[in-house]
Design a protein around this ligand. Sequence first.
Ligand code: SF4
Length: 677
Amino acid sequence: MADILLLEPGYSNKYPPMGLMKISYFHKYIIGDYVRFAKGKLPDAFKDKKWDRVYVTTLFTFEWENTKKALEYALSIVKDPTQVYTGGILATLMPELIAENFPTVKNNTGLLNHTGTLGLKGEECVDTMPLDYSILDDISDQYVYPAHDAYFTYMTRGCGMKCQFCAVQTLEPEYIPYLSIKDSIRFIEKKFGPKKDLLLMDNNVLRSPDFDKIVDEIKELGFAKGATYTNPKTGKKVKRYVDFNQGLDAFLLTPHKAKRLGELAIRPARIAFDHIEDAEAYKKAIRLCAENGITHMSNYMLYNGDDFKGKGHNYHADTPEDLYCRMKISLDLCEELSAELGYKITLFSFPMRYIPLSDLKRGYVGKKWNMKYLRALQRMMIPTQGKGVSSRSFFEADFGKDVRQFLEFLAMPEEHLGWRGYFVEHKNETPIELESRLKIWNENQKYIAEWTRLFNQLGDNKEAFIREIGDNNYTIEKYITLKDDLHKKLFIHYFTLPMLLKSLNTLEGNEATFIVNYICNEFPLIYIRMVRYIASGRIPLSYIEGAYKIFRKKLVNDIFAELSFEGSEPPFIIGSLAKIQAKTHIKTFNYDIVKSAYLFINAGILKSKEKKILIDSIKKLDSSNAKELLLDKMEEFKTSLIKQAKDENVGVEYLIEQIKLSLTQMYNQITLFDEDE
Ligand code: SF4
């Protein structure tokens, strides 16, 4: 009996690794080996164990870094380095990459349905073996696949349409029109318990001449329209569904096939809408499904694509406008069908970003897109939480009321994008919390309005500005290359606050004056937020220095306005201001007064009126008034400290000596500072 480890790299994925589940079945039930499954790495309990064989599955090419880590790990825990096996999507698409980086690893491209793969008797049948669901228990405390309560299987293999952008022609070159799943489903049911749903991963089931046979078999397995499932653990009865999760080809959906699909508990029916040129076929397919009682549908919308050939068409590289129109077509169609048929149709849109089959990272930019647009779209999709877009109100608020607004949103700074939306009151929120959130929300809306005002001033010359922000990189170096004042003002909106501070530190002369004028006079909210940012955090001195040199007492005054004077210690910024003052020799205030004020207030020796006078004086940068009050209270402060020291049982005399020394030092610091030096 050999020890077999199945390893899935540590990426996040929705579906369990079917290939490994079949290999597990093969080793565990046919050969009789010990099998363990791990995601990313094994738990510590296995740290000294060496394995006879390790199988590493692979997924998308852009997960190469995670895959590499998994293969390195596999080699570190296997007894013999020639006993690491890999397979799956990346391994099939880029075998040379595996060979180059891991020469001892045995790479299986394609399906495990032929001999010469694992070097074991019976290997040609692995692909048709039942899935061993029990391996998922090995990682249940670490990772739960979003889709796990389902039978995962195929009733056809391959596709044959050879769309240029699609990996199926390499992964499954041969089209197999029918694979019975009856036996393996029955087996799984018996061995691991029934599953709620049926997830069919077929690439192009509609192409099958055995489509009727496939539908009949699915019905026979208990997935006819209206089918229910009783959870064996809870006894609860719920509806169960069939999902052809790779999508259905709109071009191959005939009235007969739509009628047959309507006989199944299908939810959702996924129809691909990858190119705007397919609009008519797509609309026809959605209509056919809806007319046959399929009420829940969704689509896949590839975007960021290139010029492609496929299904006998030449498709042009898609544009952002195309994507918007495709989503809009879906929304309109959904509403039209619901009204016409008298029952509610839901149709979710799932934009999916195109990444070339050989890319090892996610950063590909299609020829009609740019990085800024891609990032913005990603930002817009966050509220959908991966569930797609189906309501008009959400669609219009998030993606825009028309193409013009969609393009405007794509160009908007990412932060502003996140600020859009209505103000919503939170449950259990106090009036003060609500008021402070509302204040920020109102400010955010002003930011959006200001950016939009400037952007619209570009009129028909937006393209030049879009080119400038297209790489989504907002640096000072780029800022200084801008010639147009309007572009410069807009560009300031893309700066993060640290970058804005850095620009004030770096730029000189007219360049600095331009920024100062815009953030202080034209749109002072930026200056206000910058001050708040400086006052609230542990910002490096080098960031604040530029602003300090430019704004001097005004900056200090505005920072002081933000201070609460609560807490035992002055905030970090006070120390920073003191250091910058010493470094630049630009005198603004005696910061020892602020530090002492915090100590006096915290010691509780000030009456509320005195406390108010002290704080007001500091906030007005009136050092003489604040100094006078502190000196008046010095004795009282000393007495309170000595009293505290006496409460300590050890080293009282030493403590008192130290207090006296510190207070002399404090006295000197408060009195010897000359602001006008
Ligand atoms: S029809 Fe779909 S599965 Fe088939 S090659 Fe084209 S994109 Fe791939």
